[in-house]
Design a protein around this ligand. Structure first.
Ligand SMILES: Cc1ncc(C[n+]2csc(CCOP(=O)(O)OP(=O)(O)O)c2C)c(N)n1
Ligand SMILES: [Mg+2]
Length: 824
């Protein structure tokens, strides 16, 4: 608080303060932000005042920077911004900025000339993005950053790869050259989506690693992934993590305003389970989205309006006042490092060409593009502003450099990969499944009893809720073999055994700490003072971290985050839980674009686990189905695993296998609801000591079966009850606990065990157009050979289930009865 401006701030009632306060509040609305002057300042009644103070305040708050910050409740933060805005501007390296502007422009020009008609999504019009990120890196380096984790979409991405990540221009040009198509058939991605890594060296010689996250076309889907990746890097690093790894998200204006996932990502910025000590957001605001103009794109004046929901500053800046852009970049970094807060930079410019270079924008925006046609490139404007000499020489030299790079690109025979994987991936494999990846997942009786005692005890003075106490007492009996082990305990034992052996566990989802179905109780709460005790964090002295978080009420934002986390923490078991499996479809873009296809597109692996409660229990269309059919449709080339463990021990082994195997593949688990405590789905403790996860659960109770019922999940237990009721001893019931990769050999073996069975019946609760039916029938027929394969299922339906509990019961009864009686 040493500056003269600060001294005045302490006198809130002075005339000066009164006037300044108005400008701090409303000045941004009168700021001069659009280089092409279409987006005009709006005159504010409150600011129509004269006098010395008004003049001074107008110069500061209505110039080419307009800052929204008076909505921040914390006075210290508001004051910080006032001081920076009202104090002197920082020293700038204008020469470096000019150099970058020339390079950025010429790079686009070479692409335009040499690869005419190829999409590149030119940066021009918001070219100041390059010096802006440069200034961010310079400032971040001073705060100790060693890596920038950057998420961005198409616009200017290639320019960023060369001028921020500092990859050789040849490498990017080579991606425009024709390559041997056989090297990428059926996989890979377009060049403006690929991830890249590189190294930036600050002017004082500090190295900052650049990590540009692979990005799908789905705008903003990369945001939570970038934040999750950063968080994993923080957690790996420990105390200084937040300082060392800085997340930066570059958004489009239309996408920032329109995509809900932006709100989801901003919303968890300060929550303990998700914080990264602040992300820097840049809106590369060209005041257009494809052919759509701002008045069609968002209801508010600014695309950035959404960020007003957060207690964070929004700096609007005219993208052609380069000094102002640099100043804002520096303020953003200093603010982030001072307050561990998100900050938004809304850099306003235009788009020089069409949406991509094959579009003609004069059809939809004729007047705008008339004006753009005569508008000089930014480097020319800036060179004149700062009175730079011998600019033409510089331009010639840089152009010659780029042309040489372009000329040599044709001789690079293979598409260069722009990415290096960090060493912690060295031990892990993707690709096709190999049986040699399997390992034993059972644990000894001694270990089970030790883990049980850690999981079921708490400090002596702890006031435990009576219901939780009862549950823990029961779990103690389960661990001691006096009671069948239920899913909740099986999961706790899996987590406990993993953290004990050094594997970190992270689980997040809505209400996951207690568990939607009251099944988890991972956090004990003292009924007198609400203090927490987490048994999983008291397993052994050198154990790994175990973190279980209640997430925000978001699916796409949270799943994206956990996927990102898993990308940078292959050693950890990372799980996302849906409240009910249906809700995972709100995150469908993350499932389609990252979880199922990330390896195919980008050769990037993940061992993320999705827990999706599934089962028909009469709760209506939205609480029944996790949409097994959709996951099966996405499955190919062993891209992920799809399982439905039919009992507690199977779940235990499945989780352990996922963490301990070195094959890193996403795992989709359909988890139980009513089966959580069902005796038939509970397991004897012995099953935790010897067995592995079995893709197929054989039926050894029945010999000489005449019929085999094949099923997965809850219906199998109901079939077993029905069989008992019927005193039937000629029907085998076989559970398929792993649907994908398809366990053909195990299933064939099971069919062989019941070789005299005439009918083979696939039984599912889901309607005929859903569930695993379409996937199973051809595979079963292939194995069954001559034997007929029948199916029992609900009738095809537009919604997953009936809304009537009574109708559900009738349907369920019919299914069970048909399973034992239907004839082909
Ligand atoms: C979720 C999603 N919806 C639609 C699209 C198609 N699309 C690609 S770019 C674009 C316009 C983006 O505008 P903006 O966010 O302002 O970025 P700009 O291209 O102007 O840099 C659209 C609609 C997409 N890629 N992703
Ligand atoms: Mg735009």
């Amino acid at each position: 608080m040493g500056s003269p401006a600060a001294a005045v701030l302490d006198v809130p009632n002075s005339e000066r303060e009164r006037v300044f306060d108005l400008f701090r509040r409303w000045g941004y609305l009168e700021a001069d932000l659009d280089p092409l002057e279409f987006f005009r300042p709006t005159r504010q009644h409150e600011l129509q005042i004269d006098g010395e103070f008004a003049q001074e305040a107008r110069r500061i708050y209505c110039s080419t920077i307009g800052v929204e910050f008076m909505h921040i409740p914390d006075l210290a933060r508001r004051r910080w911004i006032q001081e920076r805005m009202e104090g002197p501007p920082p020293e700038l390296d204008r020469d470096a900025a000019l150099d970058q502007l020339i390079r950025a422009k010429l790079f686009e020009q070479v692409l335009q000339q040499r690869y005419l008609g190829t999409k590149r999504f030119s940066l021009e019009g918001v070219t100041a993005l390059i010096p802006l990120v440069d200034e961010i890196l310079e400032a971040a380096g001073q705060f100790g950053a060693i890596e920038l984790v950057m998420g961005m979409s198409h616009r200017g991405r290639l320019n960023v790869i060369v001028h921020v990540a500092k990859r050789a221009a040849e490498e990017v040009f080579a991606n425009f050259e024709d390559v041997d198509p056989r090297s990428v058939l059926g996989s890979g991605d377009v060049k403006y989506h690929m991830g890249a890594t590189g190294q930036y060296i600050t002017r004082s010689g500090k190295k900052i690693h650049i990590h540009l996250v692979s990005n799908p076309s789905h705008l903003e889907a990369v945001d939570p992934v970038t934040v999750g990746r950063t968080r994993a890097k923080h957690d790996r690093t420990g105390e200084d993590g937040q300082k060392k790894y800085l997340p930066l998200l570059v958004h489009g204006d239309a996408a920032f305003a329109g995509q809900g996932i932006v709100a989801e990502t901003l919303n968890y910025a300060d929550l303990p389970g998700y914080t990264v000590g602040g992300s820097i957001h840049i809106i590369a605001n060209n005041l257009i989205g494809f052919t759509t103009v701002p008045r069609e794109s968002h209801s508010a004046r600014f695309a950035a309006q959404l960020a007003r929901r957060q207690p964070i500053p929004i700096f609007h800046v005219n993208g052609e006042d380069v000094d102002a852009v640099l100043r804002v970049g520096r303020m953003a970094v200093e603010y982030r490092y001072t307050f561990a807060s998100d900050v938004v930079v809304d850099m306003i410019g235009f788009r020089r060409y069409g949406h991509s270079e094959v579009d003609d924008p004069t059809i939809t925006q004729p007047l705008l593009y008339k004006r753009i046609k005569d508008h000089p490139p930014l480097w020319e404007i800036y060179a004149e502003d700062i009175g730079a000499d011998s600019v033409q020489n510089r331009v010639q030299t840089i152009r010659a450099e780029l042309e040489t790079a372009q000329a040599s690109a044709g001789s690079i025979s293979k598409k260069p990969t722009l990415r290096e994987l960090p060493g912690y991936w060295d031990n892990y494999r993707g690709g096709r499944y190999k049986p040699e990846y399997e390992l034993d997942t059972g644990i000894s009786t001694d270990e089970l009893s030790e883990l049980t005692s850690r999981l079921t005890t708490y400090p002596a003075a702890f006031h435990i809720h009576s219901k939780v106490k009862k549950l823990l007492d029961q779990r103690a009996e389960m661990g001691a073999g006096k009671r069948l082990v239920e899913y909740g305990m099986a999961e706790a034992l899996a987590f406990a055994s993993l953290v004990k052996s050094g594997v970190p566990v992270r689980l997040s989802g809505q209400d996951s700490r207690r568990g939607t179905f009251n099944q988890r109780h991972s956090v004990l709460l003292d009924t007198e003072n609400e203090q927490e005790y987490v048994p999983l964090q008291h397993i052994s002295p050198n154990q790994a971290r175990c973190e279980i978080y209640n997430s925000t009420l978001s699916e796409a934002g949270v799943l994206g985050f956990e996927y990102g986390y898993s990308r940078d923490y292959p050693e950890a078991l990372v799980l996302w839980e849906a409240q009910f499996g249906d809700f995972a479809n709100v995150a469908q873009a993350v499932i389609d674009q990252f979880v199922s296809s990330g390896e195919d597109k980008w050769a990037l692996l993940s061992g993320l686990v999705l827990l999706l409660p599934h089962g028909y229990e009469g709760q209506g269309p939205e609480h029944s189905s996790a949409r097994i059919e959709r996951f099966l449709q996405l499955a190919a080339r062993d891209n992920f695993q799809i399982c439905q463990p039919s009992n507690a021990a199977q779940y235990f082994h499945l989780l352990r296998r996922q963490a301990l195997r070195h094959w890193r593949k996403p795992l989709i688990v359909f988890t139980p609801k009513s089966m959580l405590r069902h005796p038939d789905a509970s397991s004897p403790i012995a099953d935790f000591t010897h067995q592995n996860f079995l893709p197929v659960l054989p039926d050894t109770e029945v010999v000489d079966a005449r019929r085999i019922l094949l099923c997965s999940g809850k219906i199998g237990h109901e079939l077993r009850e029905e069989r008992k009721k019927r005193n039937d001893n000629s029907t085998a019931i076989v559970f398929l606990d792993q649907l994908y990769p398809f366990p053909e050999a195990e299933l064939a073996e099971e069919m062989e065990r019941h070789a005299s069975a005439r009918d083979i019946v696939w039984v599912q609760e889901e309607p005929a157009n859903m569930g695993a039916l379409f996937y199973m029938l051809p595979r079963l027929r292939h194995i069954a050979g001559e034997r007929p394969v029948l199916s029992v299922k609900r009738s095809a339906s537009a919604s997953p289930s009936t809304g009537s509990a009574k109708a559900h019961e009738m349907e369920q009864k019919t299914l069970l009865s048909l399973a034992f009686s239907s004839k082909g």
